[in-house]
Design a protein around this ligand. Structure first.
Ligand SMILES: Nc1ncnc2c1ncn2[C@@H]1O[C@H](COP(=O)(O)OP(=O)(O)OP(=O)(O)O)[C@@H](O)[C@H]1O
Length: 245
């Protein structure tokens, strides 16, 4: 079996009484697009915070490209690009300044960084906007800059927590398409957390999470078949209602 881009094994975490996520296990293969689909409060951000090491799990194991996150965090995180739910760009710096700052945090030299920034912005159709202050950009374009930033150190795994929150429909569609395209063309593995079913493409892998537990895991076709559903919307509602019942 080839090495997984991300492997999660028996992961649990709670904020006090009970668990926000409990005994979660799944893996993402190299170059695979996986949607982590769950309603509000399902545990997506909690899981995301564990994967990005904002929190440390008392139980379970996370490996990134075969590297144990707890034992070798710096090495494991170097393989990972992250787009958080809340934007984290400096609004008063230009696009390029923001990206240079991040590149230097990763120890990327200035000339190499300049080439990587050109490449990342070009890929996201933002090549002409590099000298603009982030404050001047609309929400969709700010998200693209965050995406460009997450790609600068050429990660093998890109994780995004509800990256389309607050965007209008065309901007949302653009980001969803861009990330799917990156996955296809760059062979990068993606974990995309969302509660929006239309962000999942027919060829994606989907992990359905609700109330801290995984309810389904497989290709869209497989999870539909396992739930005798015609489409993912039906599958999702069936799974969620079974737990609520
Ligand atoms: N800081 C916190 N303190 C206490 N409980 C929390 C905290 N953060 C999350 N929770 C609880 O943990 C559970 C999982 O929340 P989480 O934010 O991970 O879900 P989510 O799927 O990301 O939801 P959303 O789509 O609303 O962001 C929920 O019951 C939530 O109320």
């Amino acid at each position: 079996m080839t090495e997984s881009a991300l492997e999660i094994d028996g992961l649990s975490y709670g904020y006090g009484r009970g668990f926000a996520i409990e005994d979660i296990s799944f893996r993402i293969g190299q170059g695979e697009f996986t949607a982590l689909l769950g309603p509000n409060g399902a545990g997506k951000t909690t899981l995301f915070s564990l994967i990005t090491r904002l929190f440390e799990a008392p139980r379970g194991k996370i490996s990134v490209c075969g590297i144990n996150l707890r034992e070798r965090p710096t090495k494991a995180l170097a393989h990972m690009g992250v787009v958080f739910q809340q934007p984290t760009l400096d609004l008063d710096l230009t696009v390029r300044q923001n990206l240079h700052y991040f590149a230097s945090l990763h120890g990327i030299g200035r000339r190499d960084a300049a080439d990587r920034i050109d490449e990342a912005l070009e890929r996201l159709d933002m090549g002409e906007r590099d000298k603009e202050k982030v404050r001047q950009l609309n929400g969709g374009h700010r998200r693209r800059v965050e995406l460009a930033r997450a790609l600068l150190h050429r990660p093998d795994l890109l994780v995004l927590d509800e990256p389309t929150v607050g965007l209008d429909v065309p901007a949302r569609r653009g980001i969803v398409e861009h990330v799917h395209d990156l996955c296809r063309t760059q062979g990068m593995a993606v974990l995309w957390a969302t509660h929006l079913i239309d962000e999942v493409y027919p060829d994606d892998r989907v992990v359905v999470i609700h109330k801290g537990h995984i309810l389904a895991d497989g290709s869209v076709a497989e999870v539909n078949q396992n739930n005798s559903s015609a489409n993912l919307t039906q599958t999702f509602h069936r799974l969620i209602n079974q737990v609520a019942a």
